[in-house]
Ligand binder design. Structure first.
Ligand code: ACO
Length: 320
């Protein structure tokens, strides 16, 4: 039975760290408010020369190194982003050119904060159906470039970064790899979280707009349901899960979802304090961090989950 197995992971963060106190010097906010409401203490912000593609390329190279795979062995690149370098071509093709694995399919996926889950599930389907053998799946963002820096209700929440994994199609007994995934979208919720610009509407890039309290309310309910569904589909119990790697939007969403499911908080990987919300990059950034520090090991059962603008949301269950 062919399954997509995670061979390696890598990440990249911009050099510059911006603390809550630095934001409080220019906005009517405070370290205390941000930490208490979100768990965020700092974020990395892209500087001159740093873009979504430069971060994605660095993360992809780190993932290839971790997997011990040469770029020439990659035959699929799927990149999740809501902040591409350009409207087109896809940022995935810039990564491809930098790595020198030209010729294979390379494309972007737009599902905002759930982008990495959508990208991983798409790559998995292509690997299992024999369209590719080794895929780079990347989440990369520079949300700092679409924030309204005068809006304290959104400017304090986001950061920049990239994370990547190498997925490989392996024929085995079916116990390792991506066991199951489930994706959802609800386009009726557009106005709760969106960007007020774009090529076909305003011909500007626009700024992120969000009704935070309502997003929060939907997030916990949607995530708890999709996690229950994915666990039931895989025929396992919540207690079998070794690690949860959630989208890092807000510590209260992470804790609220874990509590609803009866998951012990120590099984939840948390990086929101250091990275803030990096949208599609947050899941692979958290995963790479937990693998690098030795928490996530071969044989572990890992649950990935995310929810974001659209709304979109989803979950994947993976045996390492
Ligand atoms: N500093 C100080 N005060 C602030 C700030 C700030 N940065 N931002 C808002 N406030 C004020 C508000 O103006 C409001 O003041 P008022 O009572 O005088 O009107 C007060 O704080 C409370 O505002 P709320 O919006 O009710 O605060 P809440 O506890 O809901 O926290 C937050 C806001 C952090 C945005 C929360 O709703 C949240 O995290 N929502 C989820 C949104 C999210 O994470 N989206 C990311 C993308 S989607 C996803 O990833 C799931």
């Amino acid at each position: 039975m062919i399954r997509s197995v995670i061979r390696g992971a890598g990440s990249a963060l911009p050099q510059r760290i911006v603390t809550n106190d630095e934001l409080a010097a220019q906005l009517d906010t405070s370290d205390e408010w941000i930490v208490e409401r979100t768990g965020i203490r700092q974020r990395h912000i892209a500087g001159e020369g740093e873009t979504t593609s430069t971060l994605a390329i660095e993360a992809a190279r780190a993932a290839l190194d971790d997997a011990g795979i040469d770029a020439s062995e990659i035959d699929l690149i799927v990149l999740a982003t809501a902040t591409p370098d350009n409207t087109f071509p896809a940022t995935a093709t810039k990564v491809q050119a930098a790595l020198g694995c030209n010729g294979c399919p390379a494309f972007d996926v737009a599902a905002v904060c759930s982008g990495f889950l959508y990208a991983m599930s798409t790559a998995d389907a292509m690997l299992v159906s024999g369209q590719a053998t080794r895929a780079l799946v990347i989440g990369a963002e520079t949300f700092s470039r679409i924030l309204d820096w005068e809006d304290r209700t959104t400017a304090v929440l986001f950061g920049d970064g990239a994370g990547a994994i190498v997925l490989e199609a392996q024929d085995g007994d079916g116990t390792r790899g991506i066991l199951t995934s489930q994706l959802h979208a609800d386009g009726a919720q557009h106005d709760l979280l969106y960007v007020d610009g774009g090529p076909s509407t305003t011909q500007t890039v626009g700024h992120l707009r969000m009704k935070g309290r309502e997003v929060f309310r939907h997030a916990v309910g949607n995530l708890a349901q999709v996690l229950r569904d994915v666990v039931a589909k895989a025929g396992i119990e919540i207690s079998d899960i070794d690690w949860v790697v959630p989208h890092q939007a807000n510590i209260r969403i992470l804790e609220g979802t874990a509590k609803k499911l009866g998951l012990p908080p120590e099984k939840v990987i948390v990086t929101v304090d250091r990275h803030a919300n990096t949208s599609a990059a947050s899941v692979p950034l958290a995963f790479a961090a937990a693998r690098a520090d030795g928490r996530i090991k071969q044989g572990d059962l890992v649950l990935f989950e995310a929810m974001g603008g659209g709304f979109t949301w989803g979950a994947s269950l993976v045996r390492m």
